[in-house]
Design a protein around this ligand. Structure first.
Ligand SMILES: [Fe+2]
Length: 493
């Protein structure tokens, strides 16, 4: 592949931005207007979308409806896209890697072929990730079971964007089952890329994880050929520790840092070379995970996400489905041994959220709140009298909050004993997405629903000193009554 970078200087007038805002195609970002001699040019049919963000790099992908060459022009000013990266190979799926960028910096970009601009507008920008370990305010959204082309999917998307307003989303993560029902390329196109193309995909870096429906695309191919399924072909993830973390050398699972937050994306369904699934201690994934957790235990926050939840009574049952039972009985110990702060899953098309808990590896009936909950608090920390965050000090990092957030598209379901006893808050009637807002040692997690309401939220604090702990714990535990819930939670907006 011939790829080269060279420098061009040119100006783009604000008229071009206005034209794009009106939905017009503009050739404004072209270095030099060339006269078309070849007739029809390919159309953009997917993306652009942002992959493998790091503090110094970004991968931009898009698809055209015919073979074409690839060019990305970018710069820190919308009027000066002064750096160009080219690939002269004729492709329909275009992948351009930008390197040597500055951390936490806003870049504007345009995609084109070698003759015409394909897309450029005021929404074509991104921020590189911050330097590893750096504290600031970071926002990360999580969408579970999203790609079903439903009204719910669009409302959840719209309300997340509305809540964000002008605030940037440093990244968004997928909790699996990203395109129903079989994760085919056509389904990803219609139910994922088309739905998110105008906003989320073009300016917020995406870090996915696969679900069982994504594997349906090529499930019959077996473990050897599973990486040929659409999910793996269309997403580029950091396998070599490019964004922090221990290299996984796998497309299925990987880790990355966003400042002081370490994220781990796991595969709860596929099989490794030894035909083992993630819950098996001898699996390549668990062996890698232990190393990654060990190396990153000094990180201020550790968040792990995968598709199949250890605790649920929504559209799936963690007492009767072997994959879920095995993850809880055989795998969760690893997560808890290293004090992972937050676990996010999907699969069950509901919302379920535990308190800060530890050591519950049995069925729902064996859950004992006094024994397994490390805090009796709801986790609300909204300034109301009886609220209290979940606290961890540097010498006591025990406890994990488990969240099932699988209703960003799919919605509903309840098993006989719904809600699960380990869950403080459950909701199978409204869809939503999860938003993590991290500022230093405080993490606020909000469930943003399809009607714009925040029906659940909680706060965790790390590295809390004893003096602060006394202060933060002095309030009584909040008892949430249905009557005041709506008013209290809406005040969080
Ligand atoms: Fe699933």
């Amino acid at each position: 592949m011939l790829r080269f970078t060279y420098l061009l200087l040119f100006l783009v007038g604000m008229l071009a931005l206005d034209a794009e805002a009106q939905g017009q195609t503009t050739p404004a970002a072209q270095p030099a207007k060339k006269v078309r001699k070849l007739g029809l040019q390919p159309d953009l049919i997917r993306g652009p979308y942002l992959q493998m963000a790091t503090p110094t790099g970004m991968t931009i992908r898009w698809r055209t409806n015919a073979y074409d060459r690839s060019r990305v022009m970018f710069g820190t000013s919308p009027n000066q896209l002064s750096t160009v990266v080219d690939d002269s190979t004729l492709l329909m799926d275009h992948v351009i890697r930008l390197e040597n960028l500055k951390p936490a910096t806003k870049y504007f970009y345009a995609i084109s072929n070698f003759a015409d601009t394909i897309q450029y507008g005021k929404e074509n920008y991104f921020y590189t990730l911050p330097e590893t370990g750096k504290r600031d305010t970071y926002r990360i959204a999580a969408l579970g079971d999203c790609g079903n082309n439903s009204t719910n999917q669009r409302l959840v998307r719209d309300e997340l964007l509305k809540y964000l307003g002008d605030d940037y989303l440093n990244a968004w993560i997928l909790l699996g089952d990203n395109a129903y029902s079989d994760g085919t390329d056509a389904e990803f196109q219609a139910k994922f890329f088309n739905v998110y193309k105008d906003d989320l995909l073009k300016k917020y870096p995406l870090f996915p994880s696969p679900g069982n429906h994504d594997y349906h695309d090529l499930e019959s191919a077996g473990k050897k050929d599973q990486y040929k399924m659409a999910y793996f072909q269309q997403f580029t993830v950091p396998q070599k520790g490019e964004a922090g973390g221990v290299p996984s050398n796998s497309q299925a699972y990987y880790s990355f840092d966003i400042g002081n937050v370490h994220f781990i994306s796991l595969d709860s369904y596929g099989r490794d070379e030894k035909n083992k699934r993630m819950y098996e201690q001898e699996s390549a994934q668990v062996e890698w995970l232990k190393k990654d957790l060990e190396v990153n235990k000094n990180k201020e926050w550790v968040v792990a996400y995968w598709h199949h939840p250890p605790y649920t009574k929504g559209s799936h049952d963690s007492d009767t489905e072997s994959l879920l039972v095995n993850i809880r009985e055989q795998f969760n110990q690893v997560i808890e041994d290293y004090g992972v702060d937050l676990v996010l899953c999907g699969h069950s098309h509901v919302y379920e959220r535990s308190k800060l808990m530890k050591g519950h590896f049995g069925p729902e009936a064996s859950f004992n709140a006094e024994k397994h909950n490390l805090s009796a608090s709801t986790g609300l920390y909204d300034g109301s009298k009886n609220s209290a965050p979940y606290l961890k000090s540097s010498d006591d990092t025990n406890g994990t909050v488990y969240v099932v957030s699988g209703s960003a598209g799919q919605l509903g379901g309840a098993k006989a004993t719904y809600p699960h006893d380990a869950m403080y808050y459950s909701n199978n009637e409204v869809g939503g997405s999860l938003l993590l807002e991290v500022t230093g040692k405080q993490m606020d997690v909000k469930w943003i629903c399809s009607d714009g309401k925040i029906r659940d939220s909680f706060t965790m604090m790390k590295n809390v000193k004893n003096k602060e702990k006394t202060l933060l714990k002095k309030d009584k535990v909040l008892t949430r009554s249905k009557a005041n819930e709506k008013e209290k939670l809406s005040s969080l907006r």
